[in-house]
Ligand binder design. Structure first.
Ligand SMILES: *[C@@H]1O[C@H](CO)[C@@H](O)[C@H](O)[C@H]1NC(C)=O
Ligand SMILES: *[C@@H]1O[C@H](CO)[C@@H](O)[C@H](O)[C@H]1NC(C)=O
Ligand SMILES: *[C@@H]1O[C@H](CO)[C@@H](O)[C@H](O)[C@H]1NC(C)=O
Ligand SMILES: *[C@@H]1O[C@H](CO)[C@@H](O)[C@H](O)[C@H]1NC(C)=O
Length: 520
């Protein structure tokens, strides 16, 4: 009996305590992207899996079951190092070009890293699945191909146009706006036309103009017979996407596309300095949190902008403001007394504080998702990249107001502050949206863990869409529609022919009839 129980226990344990060995390769140097990736991988480690990471962001504090096995060198330092001038350059650069070179081809050079090469050559696969970020550097798909284990992609935003085809996720361009252009649903005819043309252009640009270079890099390091990056990425078993229906809207989903929006919002291990906590507790009239994210330095903005800021924020006293400023010594003199500044902030702890009234943001996805999850209304001042479309989406949902960085004045800032602080509409909508975010059968970490285990258990093709085996014209049923049109044409021709024939026969009969009448 005892032995049976032990065996039962063992079997039970094997079925649920089995931790998988997961390898994550994340060479991109954008800190905001890694915020989501880190929380996702830590979440999987908490579920009992062994997580090994290759990235540019080693953990500062050790975390159980999470190991930084290779730390890649960084030559670009973006955190707290983007000035107003650099930002202006970012605005004018072609985003797809930036993603495919700067966040794509250039990162693929790390495939030559001896540790990564060594790892991918192990005969007995040391891992059960390989994770990569799908953005610009899909060349890392080759590691999963070499190890012959499932490949899992992480998208830190909604899918970019060139990421749909790898899992045959339907684009639904009639009602899903391409996320690199700023269009809102519902779209009129011209907007839909723009959406379609832009999407084709983006895909062509990324797939054929810029990233074919990655084929060369892959083959240089792994041999001439390796499939192309486009074929390798189509082996993707699962894609975990930082989106949520409450925010990104409804669209058809293939089984391999799984939403884990908000997975990065974890504050349990964020340290809150007692001094800051006391300051927030003491802000009896409430406070506003102001930050332009992990990269941008507010102190480098034009004097006119900062002056309007000082004037407006000074006026809302006794309400207070807490502002992230990387280099406070660079700020012009005259900072109002109700503003508390610090180079670093435990953002989620601040957004969760009961005294917070609003969030002033550049509209980065991670920060705004945190605000939405905490139910805090926003004033958005978008600066570059997806920030414009993020803020517009929140404006449409009545949880934010938008100001334009180039035209901002003391007056427009005053008006926005007044509205967001006094009109209960924004706070109420933010609260409802927050509630909707949490209302799901499994939380984001459990959802990710469930599908990752599913793919490892049942094999890399268990979620693969049959659409991947069809050509584009089969998929859009062009052949079927063409055939049906052909049949209809034939039938119509035959009918016309018969009608003509019958008519002529009747005419002929009539003629012959009248003719015979005549003779009679
Ligand atoms: C916080 O850190 C501890 C120790 O590193 C870890 O055991 C725990 O799971 C962490 N919690 C979260 C939510 O990350
Ligand atoms: C992972 O964590 C579990 C539970 O804490 C532990 O039993 C296991 O030994 C850990 N595995 C590794 C490889 O550290
Ligand atoms: C900040 O960026 C500049 C270029 O924009 C670079 O030269 C400098 O090394 C960076 N600073 C740090 C600390 O990385
Ligand atoms: C702030 O307020 C919270 C909740 O009332 C309390 O738990 C915490 O100890 C206070 N912290 C400080 C530093 O006053």
């Amino acid at each position: 009996m005892r032995i049976l129980l032990v065996i039962f226990h063992l079997l039970f344990c094997l079925s649920i305590c089995h931790g998988y060995r997961l390898l994550g390769i994340f060479p991109f140097h954008g800190k905001s992207h890694f915020v989501m990736i880190e929380q996702l991988m830590k979440g999987l480690a908490r579920k009992g899996h062994q997580v090994d990471i290759i990235s540019k962001f080693p953990l500062k504090k050790p975390y159980p079951n999470y190991t930084d096995i290779v730390i890649l060198p960084t030559d670009v330092h973006l955190v707290n190092n983007v000035t107003y001038e650099t930002m202006q350059q970012l605005i004018t650069s072609n985003p797809i070009n930036a993603v495919s070179t700067w966040a794509g081809n250039e990162l693929c050079k790390f495939l030559g890293n001896p540790e990564i090469k060594e790892l991918s050559k192990s005969k007995d696969p040391p891992y059960d699945a390989v994770f990569i970020e799908i953005f610009g550097a899909q060349c890392y798909s080759v590691i999963a191909y070499m190890l012959k284990v499932p490949l899992i992609g992480i998208s830190t935003t909604s899918l970019y146009p060139w990421l749909y085809d790898m899992i045959a996720q339907p684009e639904s361009l009639a009602f899903v706006p391409n996320n690199v252009i700023n269009l809102a649903e519902p779209m009129n005819f011209w907007q839909r036309l723009y959406n379609v043309v832009h999407t084709f252009y983006d895909k062509w640009y990324f797939n054929y103009l810029t990233t074919q270079e990655q084929d060369r890099i892959i083959r240089k390091h792994f041999g001439p017979n390796i499939p192309s990056v486009r074929e390798l990425e189509k082996k993707m078993s699962l894609v975990l996407i930082n989106s949520h229906i409450a925010l990104n809207g409804i669209q058809p989903r293939t089984a391999a596309a799984v939403d884990v929006g908000g997975i990065h919002v974890q504050d349990e291990n964020e340290t809150l300095q007692p001094e800051l906590e006391k300051w927030m507790n003491d802000s009896k009239d409430g406070f506003i949190y102001f930050t332009f994210g992990s990269m941008v330095m507010i102190e480098t903005f034009p004097y006119e902008f900062l002056r309007a800021l000082y004037a407006s924020l000074g006026k809302i006293a006794p309400m207070r403001v807490i502002m992230k400023i990387p280099k406070p010594e660079k700020l012009p003199a005259g900072l109002p007394e109700n503003i508390y500044i610090s180079p670093w902030m435990p953002q989620i702890k601040i957004l969760k504080h009961p005294n917070i009234k609003a969030f002033i943001t550049h509209g980065g996805l991670m920060g705004t998702l945190e605000a939405i999850i905490c139910g805090v209304p926003m004033i958005g001042i978008p600066l570059f990249a997806d920030q414009f479309s993020n803020i517009d989406r929140y404006v449409a949902k009545n949880i934010a107001l938008r100001l334009d960085v180039n035209t901002i004045t003391e007056k427009s800032f005053d008006a926005a502050l007044n509205a967001i602080l006094r009109d209960p509409l924004y706070r109420e909508n933010a609260r409802k949206l927050s509630q909707r975010f949490f209302d799901q059968p499994l939380n984001a970490v459990d959802t990710a863990n469930y599908w990752v285990e599913y793919v490892i258990k049942y094999g890399e093709n268990c979620l693969r869409s049959p659409a991947l085996n069809l050509t584009w014209w089969q998929l859009s049923l062009l052949d079927v529609i063409g055939f049906l049109l052909f049949c209809i044409t034939i039938i119509v021709t035959i009918v016309i022919f018969i009608v003509r024939f019958v008519k002529e026969m009747l005419n002929g009969n009539y003629n012959s009839l009248s003719y015979s009448k005549k003779i009679n």
